[in-house]
Design a protein around this ligand. Structure first.
Ligand SMILES: *[C@@H]1O[C@H](CO)[C@@H](O)[C@H](O)[C@H]1NC(C)=O
Ligand SMILES: *[C@@H]1O[C@H](CO)[C@@H](O)[C@H](O)[C@H]1NC(C)=O
Ligand SMILES: *[C@@H]1O[C@H](CO)[C@@H](O)[C@H](O)[C@H]1NC(C)=O
Ligand SMILES: *[C@@H]1O[C@H](CO)[C@@H](O)[C@H](O)[C@H]1NC(C)=O
Length: 884
C-alpha cells in the first residue's frame, strides 16, 4: 500500500521533470504512456535512473516523444516470476504503437481487450509465452497488422473470422495453442499472406478451398490437428508454396493431381493421415522437393520410377504403407538422399547396390519382403550410420566390416543370413543380428582393423549386441560380458569356464549344454564349507588392506592437489612435460571413454572434459596414424605453438596440446552450442538464430579470416571453412575453429595439398589446381555466409548463378523460411549487404573475389546506404550486379 503511493509520488515527480523540457503538443499522451509504463512494474526501478522513458529498455519513440515500439528479446530486469502480466500494461495509453514484439518473455495472463485500441499496430508478436484465454473480440479492429504471431501459448477459443479483413497480413501464426473449431474460409481473403501456421491445435472441419486463393503463400502448416475430408484441388494454385505440412490429421481421399504442379515445393509432410491411392508418376514434377514424408497412410502399388527426377531430395519417408513394388533402380539418381525410410510395406525384390553410392546416413527397410544378399557395397558407404534391414528374407553373408561410420547402429535381425559373424564389424555401437542362421564361433575381437583406433577404443564402441536365435557354437570371448547389453540366448554354445562371467539371462536356451554350466556353479557351492575357515583370515587381511588404502588415499589426495596447483589453467601446458596434463585429461575423460565424445571429424574425435579446476575444455584427439613419424611431431609442435599464441575473439582459443606415445590431442576452449551446422539443422534451436545473430556470426567469421590472412605473418590459410568449423557459445557468438589444422596435418605441402577441404565448400579452381591461396577461404566463406542466411547449403543457388539463363530469384525467397522475414530496416539492409558480399566471394575467378580484409571492412562499415527498393522486390541479380 505505502509502496504503491510512494511509487506514484515518484512518477509524479518524474513526470513533472519530463514536462519541464518536453514541450510537444502530444505531451498529454506521452505522459499517459509514461504513467502506464511505470505502473506496469515491468521496468523494475529503471525509471529512477533514466528520466526520459523513450530511452528505457525495449522502448522506441517517434519524434514527438510518443511510444511506437515495445520490442524485446529478453528482459534484463530481475523481476519475481509471473510479474510480467500482459494485463498490467495499460495498452489504451499507446495510441501510436506500431510494434508490440515480446516473444519468449514468460508473459502470463490474458490478452486484454484494450489491445483493440492499438489502431496503428503493425507487428504483434507474443509468441512463446504463457498467455491463456481467448483472442478478445476487440482484436477485430487491428486491421493494420502485417505480422501476427501468438504461437506457443495456451490460447483457446476459435479462429476469429474477422482475421480475413486484415488485408496487409503477411504472417499469421496461431500454432501450438488450444484453438478449436474450423478454419474460417475468410482467411482466403488474405491476399498478401506468406505464412500461415495453425499446427498443433484442436482445429477440426475441413481445409477451406478458399485457401487456394493465397497466391503468395510460401508456408502452410496445419499439422497435428483434427482436420478431416479431402485435400482441396485448388491448393495446387499456391505456386509460391515451399513448405506444406498437413501431418497428423484425419485427411482422407488421394492427393489431388494439381498438387504435383507446385514446382517450388521443397518440404511436403503428409504423414499420419488416411490418404490412399497410388503414388502417381507426376511426383517427378515436384522438382524442388527436399523432404517428403508420406509415412503412416494407405498408399499402395509401386513407387514410380519418376521419383528418380527428385535430385534435391534429402529425406524420403514412406513407412507404414502398402507399397508392393521393388525399390526402383532410378533411386540411384537421388544424389542428395541422406535418409530413406521404407519400413513396414510389402516391398519385394533385392536391395539395389547402387543405393550405397548415395550419401545415405539412415536406411530403414525393415519389415518388407526383400530377398537376396546384403550388397557388399554397404560397407563402402562412409556416412551410413543407421541401418535397419530387419524382418525381411535376406540371405547370404554379412559384409565385413558391416558399416564404416563411427557409433553406428545396425539391425539385421529376423532374416535368413548365414555364414559366420564377421571378424571386423566396424565402429558399430548397437548391433542386432538375432533370429538368423549364423553359425561358427563368436570372434574374440569384434573390432575394426582401422589402425587409427586401438583395440580398447573399439571395445568401448560396441555397447549392445544381440546374437540370440542363431546357430552359434564354441566358447565365448569373455570381453563380451562387459557390454552394456548382450544376448546369446538360443544358440548352441558349449559350456566353458568363461561362462560364469555372463549374466544368466543372456544365455538362456542354450540347452542341452547349459545345465552342465549350472553344475559348475554348484561346485562353487561346495566351496562354501571352505569359507568357514577362510573367513577369519580374510577379516584380518581386510583390516590391513583398509589401513593401506587409507594411507594411499590421503597421500594421493595431496598429490592431486599439488598437481592442480602446479598445472593451474591448461593454458601453460608446454611449460610442463606432457605427462602431467595428460594425466588430468585421462582422468577427466575416463581414458577417452566414448561417453565423453561429442563428435568426430576428419582429424579425430572431440571430447568434453571437465578439469580438476572445474574448467570445461574440448579435446580434439587426433587420429593415430600420423603420430608415428618424428618429423611430424616436430612440425606439429611448432605449428601448434604458433597457433596457441593467436588471440582473437573470433578464433577458437587453443589452450595447448599434448604429445604422448599413446595419443595426441589439442586442448580447446569449449563452445556450449556446438557448430553452426548443428544449430542450423536443429529444428528446436534454429529459431533462436534471428537475423541479427546470423549477421553477427557472419561478421565474426569475416573478422577471424581477415585477421589470419592479413595480420599474421606468414598468412594462415584455413583451407576448410565450413559451417561445421564455426562454433557457437551459449550466447550464440561465433568463433572459427580448426585454423591451421589442415596444414600441420599435411606439413610437407606448404601450399599444395591433395583432397583439401570439404565437398560443397571448396573453391572451384581446386578441381584443376592444387595451389591453395587465401582466395579459397574467401570462396568457402561465401558459401557459409549464404548457408547461414538460407538455413541450408546453397548448392542449387550456386549452380544456378552460372546458368546461361538464370531464373530471377528474389532475395526474400532465399532466406531461411523457418524464421520470419526481417521486419526491421536494419536487418533488411544487413542481409542485402551480406548476400551482395557473399555472391562476390563466389566469383569463379579467384582474383575477382574480394579479400577478407575488404569483406570485414564492408561488413562493419556503419553508414549503410538505404535499400534502393522494397526488401521484398530485391532480386539476386540486382545484388550480383552491385559494386562492392
Ligand atoms: C488506461 O489508460 C487510459 C488512458 O490512458 C485511462 O483512461 C484508463 O483509465 C486506464 N485504465 C486503467 C485500468 O488504468
Ligand atoms: C515422418 O512421419 C513419421 C510418421 O508420422 C514421423 O514419425 C516422422 O517423425 C516424420 N519425419 C519427419 C522428418 O517429418
Ligand atoms: C500390388 O498391389 C496391387 C493392388 O493392391 C496389385 O494389383 C498388384 O498386382 C501388386 N503388385 C505386385 C508386384 O505385387
Ligand atoms: C535374451 O533373449 C531372450 C529371448 O528373446 C530373452 O528371454 C532374454 O530375456 C534376453 N536376455 C537379455 C539379457 O535381454
Amino acid at each position: 500500500m505505502t509502496k504503491y503511493t510512494f511509487d506514484l509520488l515518484k512518477v509524479a515527480v518524474l513526470t513533472l521533470c519530463a514536462t519541464s523540457y518536453v514541450l510537444f503538443p502530444a505531451m498529454a499522451s506521452t505522459n499517459e504512456e509514461r504513467y502506464s509504463l511505470v505502473k506496469s512494474g515491468w521496468w523494475g526501478s529503471d525509471y529512477q535512473k533514466i528520466s526520459n522513458h523513450c530511452n528505457w529498455t525495449a522502448i522506441t519513440c517517434n519524434e514527438a516523444g510518443s511510444v511506437t515500439d515495445i520490442a524485446a528479446h529478453y528482459w534484463p530486469f530481475n523481476l519475481p516470476p509471473s510479474s510480467l502480466k500482459l494485463q498490467n500494461l495499460n495498452l489504451t495509453a499507446f495510441s501510436n504503437l506500431v510494434t508490440l514484439y515480446l516473444p519468449r518473455m514468460q508473459l502470463t495472463g490474458i490478452i486484454p481487450p484494450e489491445i483493440g485500441t492499438l489502431s496503428k499496430l503493425v507487428t504483434l508478436d507474443l509468441s512463446y509465452n504463457n498467455l491463456h484465454g481467448e483472442l478478445p473480440k476487440s482484436f477485430a479492429s487491428l486491421t493494420q497488422l502485417i505480422v501476427l504471431d501468438v504461437s506457443f501459448n495456451s490460447l483457446c477459443g476459435t479462429i476469429p473470422s474477422e482475421l480475413g479483413e486484415f488485408e496487409n497480413l503477411t504472417f499469421l501464426s496461431l500454432a501450438s495453442n488450444r484453438i478449436e473449431g474450423p478454419i474460417p474460409q475468410q482467411l482466403g481473403n488474405l491476399r498478401d499472406l506468406q505464412e500461415l501456421h495453425l499446427s498443433n491445435n484442436l482445429i477440426n472441419g475441413t481445409i477451406p478451398s478458399s485457401l487456394g486463393r493465397l497466391g503468395n503463400l510460401t508456408s502452410l502448416s496445419l499439422a497435428s490437428n483434427q482436420i478431416e475430408g479431402h485435400i482441396p484441388q485448388n491448393l495446387g494454385n499456391l505456386k509460391s508454396l515451399r513448405k506444406l505440412s498437413l501431418s497428423n490429421n484425419k485427411l482422407s481421399g488421394s492427393i489431388p493431381l494439381t498438387l504435383y504442379q507446385l514446382g517450388n515445393l521443397s518440404y511436403f509432410y503428409l504423414d499420419s493421415n488416411q490418404i490412399e491411392g497410388q503414388i502417381p508418376p507426376e511426383i517427378g514434377s515436384l522438382e524442388a522437393l527436399e523432404v517428403l514424408n508420406l509415412s503412416c497412410n494407405s498408399f499402395f502399388g509401386p513407387i514410380p520410377s519418376q521419383v528418380g527426377a527428385l535430385i534435391f531430395l534429402h529425406e524420403l519417408y514412406i513407412e507404414f504403407n502398402q507399397i508392393n513394388s521393388s525399390i526402383p533402380s532410378e533411386f540411384q539418381n537421388l544424389v542428395s538422399l541422406t535418409t530413406l525410410y521404407l519400413s513396414h510395406n510389402k516391398i519385394s525384390g533385392v536391395i539395389p547396390s547402387e543405393l550405397f553410392k548415395l550419401p545415405l546416413s539412415s536406411l530403414h527397410l525393415s519389415t518388407n519382403q526383400l530377398v537376396g544378399h546384403i550388397p557388399f557395397e554397404m560397407r563402402n558407404s562412409i556416412r551410413l550410420c543407421d541401418v535397419d534391414l530387419s524382418n525381411n528374407k535376406l540371405e547370404g553373408f554379412i559384409p565385413s566390416p558391416i558399416v564404416n561410420c563411427f557409433l553406428a547402429r545396425v539391425n539385421l535381425s529376423n532374416n535368413k543370413l548365414s555364414g559366420s559373424i564377421p571378424v571386423q564389424i566396424g565402429f558399430v555401437n548397437i548391433l542386432d543380428i538375432s533370429h538368423n542362421f549364423l553359425s561358427g564361433k563368436v570372434p574374440s575381437l569384434l573390432v575394426s582393423d582401422n589402425a587409427s583406433w586401438s583395440q580398447t577404443d573399439i571395445g568401448r564402441i560396441l555397447a549392445s549386441l544381440d546374437l540370440s536365435y542363431n546357430h552359434l557354437s564354441g566358447s565365448l570371448p569373455i570381453e563380451l560380458a562387459n557390454l552394456l547389453h548382450i544376448n546369446l540366448s538360443f544358440n548352441f554354445f558349449k559350456c566353458s569356464e568363461g561362462f560364469k562371467v555372463f549374466h544368466k539371462e543372456s544365455l538362456i536356451g542354450n540347452t542341452p549344454n547349459f545345465p552342465s554350466c549350472s553344475s559348475q556353479v554348484q561346485k562353487t557351492n561346495k566351496a562354501k564349507h571352505l569359507i568357514v575357515i577362510i573367513l577369519p583370515v580374510t577379516c584380518i587381511l581386510l583390516i590391513i588392506c583398509l589401513f593401506i588404502l587409507y594411507f594411499t588415499l590421503s597421500t594421493n589426495k595431496t598429490k592431486i592437489e599439488q598437481r592442480q596447483a602446479k598445472n593451474g589453467d591448461l593454458l601453460c601446458i608446454w611449460n610442463y612435460d606432457g605427462r602431467i596434463a595428460f594425466q588430468d585429461i585421462i582422468e577427466a575423460t575416463n581414458n577417452f571413454d566414448f561417453q565423453y565424445c561429442i563428435g568426430t571429424g576428419a582429424y579425430g574425435s572431440v571430447y568434453r572434459a571437465q578439469l580438476p579446476s572445474g574448467k570445461v575444455v574440448a579435446l580434439k584427439k587426433l587420429h593415430q596414424s600420423e603420430s608415428q613419424n618424428i618429423s611430424f611431431n616436430e612440425s606439429f609442435r611448432n605449428e601448434v605453438k604458433m597457433l596457441t599464441e593467436i588471440r582473437h575473439r573470433n578464433i577458437l582459443k587453443l589452450h595447448g596440446f599434448c604429445l604422448h606415445n599413446q595419443c595426441k590431442f589439442l586442448v580447446y576452449e569449449y563452445m556450449e552450442r556446438g557448430s553452426l551446422f548443428h544449430v542450423l539443422n536443429n529444428i528446436k534451436e534454429v529459431g533462436e538464430l534471428n537475423w541479427r545473430k546470423r549477421v553477427n556470426i557472419i561478421k565474426a567469421m569475416a573478422n577471424a579470416l581477415s585477421y589470419m590472412h592479413h595480420d599474421c605473418i606468414p598468412p594462415i590459410v584455413h583451407r576448410d571453412v565450413t559451417s561445421s568449423n564455426v562454433l557457437l557459445n551459449s550466447q550464440l557468438d561465433a568463433v572459427v575453429s580448426d585454423f591451421g589444422l589442415a596444414r600441420f596435418i599435411d606439413p610437407d605441402s606448404s601450399n599444395q595439398t591433395f583432397g583439401v577441404g570439404t565437398y560443397g565448400y571448396v573453391a572451384p579452381e581446386l578441381a584443376y589446381s592444387w595451389t591453395v591461396t587465401e582466395k579459397c577461404d574467401v570462396y568457402s566463406f561465401g558459401v557459409v555466409a549464404l548457408e547461414t542466411l538460407m538455413g541450408r547449403h546453397p548448392r542449387e543457388l550456386i549452380s544456378s548463378l552460372f546458368d546461361t539463363s538464370p531464373q530471377n530469384m528474389l532475395l526474400k525467397d532465399l532466406l531461411d523460411s523457418r524464421i520470419r522475414l526481417p521486419h526491421s530496416q536494419k536487418d533488411a539492409q544487413d542481409i542485402a549487404l551480406v548476400v551482395t558480399i557473399a555472391l562476390a566471394c563466389l566469383h569463379s575467378k579467384p582474383n575477382s573475389r574480394p579479400s577478407m580484409l575488404q569483406v570485414s571492412q564492408q561488413l562493419s562499415s556503419s553508414g549503410q546506404s538505404p535499400l534502393p527498393l522494397s526488401f521484398f522486390e530485391i532480386s539476386i541479380h540486382q545484388l550480383m550486379a552491385q559494386e562492392l
